[in-house]
Write a protein that binds this ligand. Structure first.
Ligand code: NAD
Length: 325
């Protein structure tokens, strides 16, 4: 594969003052991108603000001969999102790449989550992706080219105790990116979701309270972390993120996982299921109960490309079973 370069590309990385975002920004700049390094500079639980986080990374980039500008606006407001994108437009006149990455954690039991723990998490992760994503998309559409990477989480895709607020917001990235990818296909804009993995300062707020859930504690205690040893660094996730926002990458509407140096595609798939008898009489609840094993069986998957594809697949399954002509 030829070198992947970002010369003449303008990239925005939100939450780029530390951890994964910093890694993305440094690598994009090293490969020629002009980078808006956005970071509000708050704590790992989203308290406070400081300009130094973004400025430090800008300094690192410029010291290495790259081009970057700091943005200390919050992604969690519409005005903040607009200001972040405006920084790119004012400085370089366009936006080619967005890595929506900013965020923090406020973990608690589902039943105890307060509005102070739900709203800011939804604001920064889910609404923040809209607030930065929409103006960035408009700029990309004007330029006829764009690469968007939304940051999801395996917590949202697969589940994690004490993170209902965060997991729901992160799962939202999948629906958001699917819609953006389909709409963006008309304008040269691709959109994907990354499920990253790295030890970062977010570990500080991973309260071990969730260990009170017996099944989860057992699952965690029996987890095989042997391969992850020394590989849970941002540097192991950076290459996948940077590839996904490169011109070389033609993938869109995907979900990709980076876990300790194993890189893979994740998808919501649909099993073949049970088909109710021919005709327009709906099944009874008891029919669902009687066939629930078949409904639940995870085999013969299909991967609907969009909402309407499910109709075509259902018709095909019904036809194969002689229930539909
Ligand atoms: P991090 O705390 O090192 O980085 C997140 C950055 O976002 C911080 O620098 C923070 O100041 C910034 N930020 C927070 N709120 C902001 C706001 N309103 N506006 C602008 N910037 C803001 O954590 P990280 O581990 O590098 O996480 C990066 C992203 O990856 C987050 O969205 C996180 O949820 C996600 N993620 C991380 C992991 C992991 O294993 N580290 C796993 C799954 C998902």
């Amino acid at each position: 594969m030829t070198d992947i370069q970002f010369d003449d590309r303008v990239a925005i990385v939100t939450g780029a003052g530390s951890g994964l975002g910093r890694g993305y920004a440094l690598e994009l700049a090293r490969r020629g991108a002009k980078v808006v390094v956005n970071d509000l500079g708050g704590s790992p639980s989203g308290v406070g603000a400081s300009a130094s986080a973004a400025q430090r990374v800008v300094q690192e980039i410029t010291d290495a001969g790259g081009e970057a500008v700091a943005s200390t606006d919050s992604v969690a407001t519409r005005a903040g999102g607009a200001a972040i994108v405006q920084t790119a437009l004012d400085t370089w006149g366009k936006v080619d790449v967005l890595i929506s990455n900013a965020g923090f954690l406020r973990n608690n039991r589902f039943e105890d989550l307060t509005d102070e723990e739900i709203d800011p998490i939804v604001d920064v992760h889910l609404k923040g992706a809209f607030y930065v994503g929409q103006p960035a998309y408009r700029a990309m559409r004007a330029g006829g080219y764009g690469r968007i990477l939304f940051t999801g989480s395996s917590s949202g895709a697969f589940g994690h105790a004490w993170q209902a607020n965060y997991a729901a917001s992160k799962a939202g990235m999948i629906g958001l990116s699917n819609a953006v990818a389909i709409e963006g296909s008309a304008y040269g804009i691709q959109s994907n979701v990354l499920l990253p993995n790295a030890l970062s300062r977010l570990e500080e707020v991973m309260t071990p309270g969730y260990m009170e859930i017996p099944a989860f504690a057992e699952a965690l205690q029996s987890t095989d972390f042997s391969f992850a040893d020394g590989r849970m660094t941002p540097e192991f996730t950076v290459p996948l993120a940077v590839y996904l926002v490169s011109e070389a990458c033609t993938a869109t509407q995907g979900i990709y996982s980076s876990n300790s140096g194993r890189y893979s595609r994740v998808r919501l798939a649909e099993a073949e299921g049970w088909v109710s008898p021919a005709g327009t009489t709906p099944p009874a609840v008891e029919d669902i109960g009687a066939n629930f094993e078949e409904i639940s069986e995870l085999r013969d998957f299909s991967l609907p490309a969009h909402n309407y594809d499910e109709f075509t697949i259902a018709a095909k399954v019904a036809r194969a079973r002689g229930i539909h002509s």
